[in-house]
Design a binder for this molecule. Structure first.
Ligand SMILES: Nc1ncnc2c1ncn2[C@@H]1O[C@H](COP(=O)(O)OP(=O)(O)O)[C@@H](O)[C@H]1O
Ligand SMILES: [Mg+2]
Length: 278
């Protein structure tokens, strides 16, 4: 099985990927996926660190969304394995899979709120679908999540009355009501201005800290990436080009990593390496 090129400073995967591991929550080995004749992912190895912000970086169409959909088995690979907390997700039957997927929360590129429902109704929706909680309990949970994200008082508003950044927050509040262990954000800042992008970055960091969630963030906004990332994996030419701690990536002397960052619009790599990463 092909080894992911890890940076020299990285020693990961000391435990077998099919064993639960304190540090690595999601473990991918040899993941290969094609759609017809279109080979999108070629033997991907990747480990996601528990409770940290794991960023997946790659050009548009590189296969980032396809990759993260495999983590919760929304897509099945042609080859390879995915383990989450030591569970082989491909071995789960439909019933087990439904339960397993509750580990995950999704925050989409466009916040995908129901326009005809209020903020409160949007956030209550997953709880009504997936739990037997009472109306009062649901109201309390929703109010708690909205409060944590600085959205108190928006309960009765409709998504159309909120700014883009606030809608993202509502999307996150909704993803948080079921207390996911792993939160996946697919391009959460695309289409936002720099100020709103900063707000969403802070929201991601805050949610990671407050709820101890493992965060997976797909992004190609470099400034944003180096503000939030604990770890970065670079997807390029169907493979993981490099993966490691954000600082190590920023400071990497690997010409391929450097070229990737340069081509992605990082003009001051040195500066990012000094102070850009948290
Ligand atoms: N359900 C699908 N059926 C066929 N091709 C798909 C499907 N989903 C994604 N693809 C293809 O996979 C490639 C990677 O897509 P995607 O993961 O969405 O890229 P991105 O890195 O922009 O998120 C693209 O060529 C896309 O057309
Ligand atoms: Mg995508």
């Amino acid at each position: 099985m092909a080894e992911t090129p890890q940076l020299a400073s990285e020693i990961i995967g000391l435990t077998p990927p099919d064993q639960p591991d304190e540090r690595w929550q999601v473990r991918v080995r040899g993941l290969t996926k094609s759609f017809g004749t279109n080979l999108v992912l070629d033997s991907i190895d990747l480990d996601l660190e528990r409770g940290k912000v794991n960023v997946i970086l790659g050009a548009s169409g590189a296969g980032k969304s396809v990759l993260i959909k495999h983590f919760m088995c929304l897509l099945r690979p042609d080859k390879g394995h995915i383990w989450v907390d030591g569970t082989d997700v491909l071995s789960l039957n439909p019933q087990e899979l439904a339960k397993f997927r509750r580990k995950f929360g999704l925050v989409f590129q466009f916040s995908a709120l129901f326009d005809s429902l209020t903020v409160e109704e949007n956030c209550a929706f997953p709880l009504k679908e997936h739990t037997k909680k009472s109306t009062a309990e649901i109201r309390d949970i929703v109010s708690d999540r909205l409060g944590a994200l600085g959205l108190q008082g928006t309960q009765k508003k409709y998504p159309g009355e909120l700014s883009g950044g606030m809608r993202k927050r509502v999307g996150l509040a909704r993803a948080l009501v079921l207390e996911p262990e792993i939160l996946m954000y697919d391009e959460p800042t695309t289409g936002l201005d720099p100020l709103a992008t900063r707000n969403v970055d802070e929201m991601i960091l805050d949610a990671c800290e407050r709820y101890k969630v493992t965060s997976v963030v797909i992004s190609h906004d470099m400034a944003s990436v180096f503000r939030i990332a604990d770890r970065i994996a670079m997807l390029h030419n169907k493979k993981i080009l490099a993966a490691g701690p954000a600082n190590a990536i920023a400071q990497s002397s690997d010409p391929f990593v450097y070229e990737f960052l340069r081509a992605s619009g990082v003009s001051a790599i040195g500066k990012l390496a000094e102070g850009g990463s948290k």
